[in-house]
Ligand binder design. Structure first.
Ligand code: SF4
Length: 376
């Protein structure tokens, strides 16, 4: 299993909380897409196919418009050996998903759409400086369904300043009411360098307290579970058969190639990341080289990566696979480090796999930070 990630770093406007690399300079879109196609050619042999997933993320890929997206995908399909059953996802902003757009992308290999919904409250959407309104959300889902897209994912956020548990319950109910196949939900993060972080520093907003945040997470897990969603990763929920194959491959440490500015790649032995600057990226590609940095992975880094990815999933870490890949000393180190968490009921071993328990999920950051190996 291997994946292709394509980064489209364009947004019509910037959201207040966003720490991702993207720009509102849309005039260079076509030039950028050409560079991505050229990078695909340059890196054709980076990992071998057939690729089982393609993920067009951003930024906001839907700002390219359906024709450019279709052209990009058709090029990628020419360069790489992509499985006929591959999961092909494109991220969209709800207000870009018009009936025409939905029908046009349904004629491409795209078979899954992921939308940044965040909340159904217009006041909270305005606070985030999202450009869609709550009325756009059901319309977008409806447009996708009518066009034949049968796998839709939405992102939600909770823990807004002043948000009550009742308001969060309402968002969850409306999300479930959409009937989508997949829901990802994250608490609002205050990332340094974002306008939201500056607001926090100035004291014009304040974080909700940990107890309320945990209660909101509990509510999310309970409500989605009773509504038929599998809680298969800390922040991800899917109807049976609709787990994100692309993201699951990250958590299973499978190889992927990332194309575009700021995109990351992983070939099992090393990871590399392209320069997070469109001008430098396009310039480098035009000279026939990919501007990127690379890191060879030693056993310790691989061990740490496994802890911080596989442990996020419901299945957790296969102890046999870990021993096979890195040697039994690493498995024993992990079990030693995990033993008191197992005794305390935060971790458990089931069918040879170490995983977080429901209580463990609440303190997962602390558990993972404790299990990773640091330089002495
Ligand atoms: S649309 Fe997404 S990538 Fe663009 S600014 Fe908002 S959160 Fe960031």
């Amino acid at each position: 299993m291997s994946g292709i990630y394509i980064h489209i770093p364009f947004c019509k406007s910037r959201c207040v909380y966003c720490g991702f690399y993207s720009t509102t300079r849309l005039d260079v879109r076509r030039e950028y897409v050409k560079a991505v196609c050229r990078e695909a050619e340059l890196r054709r042999g980076y990992i071998s196919g057939p690729f089982t997933s393609v993920y067009v993320g951003g930024g906001t890929p839907s700002v390219l418009g359906a024709d450019v997206l279709a052209g990009l995908l058709s090029y990628i399909y020419k360069v790489f050996d992509i499985d006929r059953q591959a999961e092909v996802t494109v991220e969209c902003n709800p207000d870009d998903v018009t009936p025409d757009f939905a029908h046009a992308i349904a004629r491409t290999p795209v078979n899954r759409v992921s939308m940044g919904v965040q909340t159904f409250s217009d006041a909270r959407l305005r606070f985030l400086r999202r450009r869609h309104g709550s009325a756009d959300i059901p319309m977008a889902v409806d447009n996708l369904r009518r066009a034949g897209i049968s796998n839709i994912s939405i992102d939600l956020m909770f823990g807004f300043p002043g948000e009550t548990i009742a308001e969060w319950r309402d968002d969850i109910s409306r999300a479930v009411g959409l009937g989508v196949e997949h829901i990802s939900a994250y608490s609002l993060m205050y990332e340094e360098g974002t306008p939201l972080y500056a607001m926090l520093e100035k004291g014009s907003v304040s974080e909700i307290d940990d107890e309320l945040s945990l209660a909101m997470y509990d509510e999310l897990v309970d409500r989605l579970t009773v509504s038929g969603y599998e809680h298969y990763e800390i922040s991800n929920f899917a109807r049976p058969g609709f787990r994100s194959r692309h993201n699951s491959s990250y958590w299973r440490q499978e190889p992927y190639i990332g194309l575009g500015a700021a995109a990351h790649s992983f070939d099992l032995r090393s990871r590399q990341w392209n320069v997070a600057d469109i001008a430098r990226y396009v310039d480098g590609i035009s000279q026939g080289r990919v501007p990127m940095e690379r890191e060879e992975l030693d056993a310790r880094t691989t061990f740490n990566d496994i802890i911080t990815t596989a442990l996020r999933t419901r299945e957790g870490i296969s102890l046999d696979a870990l021993a096979l890949r890195l040697g039994s000393a690493y498995r024993d180190t992990l079990l030693n480090g995990a033993s008191h968490y197992i005794t305390d009921g935060l971790l458990a071993v089931t069918d040879g796999r170490l995983h977080l328990t429901r209580r463990g999920i609440y303190v997962s950051d602390m558990v993972m930070a404790d299990l990773v190996l640091v330089d002495e």
